[in-house]
Design a protein around this ligand. Structure first.
Ligand code: NAG
Ligand code: NAG
Ligand code: NAG
Ligand code: NAG
Ligand code: ZN
Length: 328
């Protein structure tokens, strides 16, 4: 039944469903949505304001392996066998140009399949696109949370398993996708690499508009340290919510300036006047899933700390014993 869905433009975040399966699923909401969004019919009829209603219209959105999730750092299980991630072909400083698109749900950059994850998974995963999730100045808009705290924004670099022909083929396969996620916070300095994307925002403020930007080293959009990450089995964070994503969320974070974050929050539009922001889904239940960590806590573990504390009275004792000896 879900296979009847005709996948057209296949972005992880804006899947175009055929109007026939759409009518079956959402029925009466058709006319309503068309009024608000004249282009709605071609875009799958979903929005972030009505995310509680996704499960009713999209079967998989009520599954038990949904994304995003909250990452409880204390509950994450250290797994020393998690292979580290090796990237290849991420440097696109070769005169290529990339399409940057405002698709009405996110800001998305198309990526060539020469860019890939060579190791870290059971197969090579090829890049397809990257995109962002963000909020407003009042509402931080990362999708994943860390100990229930949202970051201001989040980047997702979407890769598909090289055993499939393309993203559309891979998107509904259990081992289809690997997404690398990074938290974006605010720092003191302008981020020159993010600026290569953000400086083009004013050219694509209108929904469905796109522009070309020169390629650069995409590695620099991710955090410096890729060795520390969380891993779990999850889903697309937008309808149709296929549970086909092997998620990697880095522990190290990225920073952009306050002004750069404001550009992301305030420039893009949906429809005629509405701002494109708060494009994040709420954290979903784990339903017993485990979150693995590739690292152990770098700070002194509690056990070690109590050992240090216990040693202090011993030292005092030792000194006082020596003194006793001397004074005797
Ligand atoms: C995700 O990748 C890991 C290897 O890092 C692998 O062990 C695991 O089975 C993968 N999960 C899925 C659902 O393919
Ligand atoms: C993806 O690959 C399949 C199978 O080769 C092909 O039929 C389809 O047209 C391709 N889709 C896109 C968007 O390239
Ligand atoms: C993810 O799913 C795969 C395949 O079912 C399984 O082997 C793996 O252990 C799961 N990973 C986690 C972190 O639960
Ligand atoms: C990174 O890991 C440390 C140690 O567990 C944790 O305290 C911190 O909240 C984590 N930060 C992120 C962004 O995952
Ligand atoms: Zn995303």
């Amino acid at each position: 039944m879900q296979l009847k869905i005709f996948l057209n433009f296949l972005f992880i975040h804006s899947l175009v469903l055929s109007s026939s399966s759409e009518e079956e699923d959402t029925g009466s909401s058709e006319n309503e949505s068309e009024e608000h969004h004249p282009k709605g019919a071609a875009h799958g009829h979903w929005g972030y304001e009505d995310q509680d209603e996704w499960p009713a219209a999209f079967l998989y959105c009520s599954g038990k392996s949904q994304s995003p999730i909250n990452i409880d750092t204390k509950a994450a299980i250290y797994d020393p066998r998690l292979p580290s991630i090796a990237l290849e072909g991420y440097d696109l400083t070769d005169g290529s140009s990339l399409m940057l698109l405002n698709n009405g749900h996110t800001l998305q950059l198309s990526l060539p399949s020469t860019m890939h994850i060579v190791s870290g998974f059971d197969h090579v995963y090829l890049a397809a696109q990257l995109h962002f999730h963000w909020g407003t100045v009042e509402v931080p808009g990362s999708e994943h949370t860390v100990d229930n705290i949202h970051f201001p924004a989040e980047i997702h670099i979407v890769h598909y398993n090289s055993k499939y022909a393309n993203l559309s083929e891979a998107v509904n396969k259990p081992d289809g996708l690997a997404v690398l996620g990074g938290y974006i916070g605010v720092g003191l300095h302008e981020n020159a690499n993010y600026e290569k994307i953000l400086s083009a925002l004013t050219d694509i403020s209108i929904e469905e508009s796109n522009t070309q930007i020169p390629g650069f080293n995409m590695r620099h959009l991710l955090p410096k340290n890729l060795k520390r990450f969380y891993r779990y089995n999850g889903s697309l964070t937008t309808p149709p919510c296929f549970q086909t994503v092997n998620w990697t969320i880095f522990n190290d974070t990225i920073t952009v300036s306050r002004k750069q974050l404001a550009a992301l929050e305030d420039t893009l539009k949906v429809g005629f006047s509405q701002h494109l922001n708060k494009n994040f889904r709420a954290p979903q239940s784990l339903h017993g899933r485990q979150v693995l960590a590739s690292f152990t806590d770098a700070s002194v573990p509690e056990e070690g700390l109590s050992k240090v504390l216990k040693r202090i009275p011993n030292i005092t004792l030792f000194i006082s014993q020596r003194r006793k000896k001397r004074y005797r």
